[in-house]
Design a protein around this ligand. Structure first.
Ligand SMILES: [Zn+2]
Ligand SMILES: [Zn+2]
Ligand SMILES: [Zn+2]
Length: 452
């Protein structure tokens, strides 16, 4: 196995005689590739599915975000993951540029894979692919490959765009998805506005002025003339004896005559019937690195001094350090602080019932309400997806009932039936916290989850 850093790795048939690269190393699978940063691979296989699977497999291994990957033949899927169709000269030049960028990253192992992947090659974009066999129709292969444990790549995109890790570049499509299962396979069907039956037809009716009878045109035909089947009046002149009603549809279920049918959506995946206006609209974008993403790429980490309020909540690592420090200060100076936890136990359920966009709207509402409650000196952290921790310096546990009352009043303002919030409080200092803040928090979080 050649291991020079000018080696092109080749998976599949027709390995070229290299002129720009010093060597060509043939590999059978992704597992044969060396464990190095910033290599280059070309996948040249006939079966598009094998090519797609190999690409996906590759990006699910750490480090490979730093590699350049080319393919023998383009597919819509490979366009989302590879750097294009292999051309030795172009690939070599791009690879050199990529390696220069990579060499400037000081701690590659700590780099967020997606940020690193986008940062070292500025031609790269997060692209959606349309997969008709998939529930959500549109998927983001690079997100799914780099973060295989994610439940929804769309939700990831929405939240990362919101905090400006990513930035939307081009709108690719706008789709409607089922509010129950987020499925994109919907059938739009016209129904009776009265009883919602799908058993409706177009029908031309006549309206007899003499007796007021309305019926299908066919039933008025007698011996080649128009005659009302009810009052036997001959209908000679339209507008004088009879007219055609505006209602041109009939329901075979309830006999209702109507002008215009209602349209509802029928989810082909979960059978849910939904009014069109209640479907969730998803905007499918092609994306690039956002402002915060650029910062993280340049500095290798999150902002060091975030605003100490829920408006600019801190990340988990930062929160742990502050908690440990405050605990030590409290022990030494005999002070008392409060750690408040807010658990939103039905968040996951909410998301599966109403969809991602509504979940984010709810989180927004919660944030807005809570922003008014805390002081500038309180430090807030979304420690788990459904768990907010707030560190309130110089607050005694005895003030908890007042606080809880306030929070309850605020949450009652949130207009969602499913919304519940459980508040618990913990006294700081706790001498056992000094041993390991991570273990202490894990136990505390466990007790919060366990008590429900
Ligand atoms: Zn009907
Ligand atoms: Zn009549
Ligand atoms: Zn559905």
């Amino acid at each position: 196995m050649p291991l020079t850093d000018k080696c092109l790795y080749w998976l599949g048939k027709d390995a070229p005689q290299a002129s720009f690269f010093e060597q060509v190393g043939i590999v059978g699978t992704v597992a044969d590739l060396p464990d190095v940063w910033g290599g280059i691979l070309c996948i040249n296989v006939d079966d598009p599915k094998e090519q797609n699977d190999t690409l996906k497999d590759m990006f699910s291994h750490p480090k490979f975000w730093s590699w350049s990957v080319y393919v023998g033949h383009d597919t819509p899927y490979s366009e989302c993951l590879s750097d294009g169709v292999f051309n030795e000269k172009l690939a070599y030049e791009q690879w050199q540029n990529t390696k220069v960028k990579l060499s400037k990253i000081t701690d590659r192992s700590k780099m967020e894979p997606l940020v690193g992947w986008l940062g070292i090659n500025r031609h790269r974009r997060i692209k959606p692919v349309k997969l008709v066999e998939s529930l959500s129709v549109y998927r983001y292969p690079i997100i799914e490959a780099l973060y295989p444990e994610l439940f929804s790549s769309y939700r990831f995109i929405v939240s990362e765009t919101k905090r400006e890790m990513l930035e939307a570049e081009t709108l690719v499509d706008r789709i409607r998805v089922c509010k129950q299962c987020n499925g994109g396979h919907l059938n739009y069907v016209e129904v009776c506005p009265n009883c919602k039956s799908i058993d409706i037809d177009v029908q031309t009716s006549l309206h007899c002025f003499t007796c007021g009878h309305v019926g299908e045109q066919q039933s008025f035909l007698r011996r080649g003339k128009l005659e009302c089947p009810k009052c036997i009046t001959q209908l000679r002149h339209i507008g004088v004896d009879y007219d055609r009603p505006l209602e041109t549809h009939i329901c075979h279920n309830c006999s209702h005559l109507f002008v215009e049918a209602d349209t509802i959506s029928h989810c082909l995946s979960c059978e849910a019937q939904t009014e069109i206006s209640e479907l969730i609209v998803q905007k499918i974008y092609q994306l690039k690195l956002g402002q915060l993403g650029e910062y993280v790429y340049q500095h290798g980490k999150m902002l060091q001094a975030p605003e100490l309020s829920i408006k600019g909540k801190v990340d988990a690592g930062y929160f742990e350090n502050i908690l440990l420090w405050l605990n030590k200060v409290a022990l030494r100076h005999d002070e008392e602080h409060l750690l408040l936890s807010m658990h939103l136990p039905r968040l996951e359920e909410y998301s599966s019932l109403y969809g991602d966009s509504k979940l984010f709207a709810l989180l927004d509402q919660i944030t807005n309400r809570l922003n008014g409650l805390f002081r500038d000196t309180d430090i807030c952290c979304q420690y788990k997806q459904d768990l907010l921790l707030v560190l309130m310096p110089k607050t005694k546990l005895s003030t908890m009932p007042v606080l809880q009352d306030k929070i309850e009043k605020l949450t009652q303002l949130i207009e969602e039936d499913l919304f519940t919030l459980h508040v618990s409080a913990f006294k700081i200092p706790d001498p056992t916290l000094n041993d390991s803040v991570k273990v202490w928090l894990a136990e505390t979080v466990g007790s919060i989850y366990g008590s429900r």
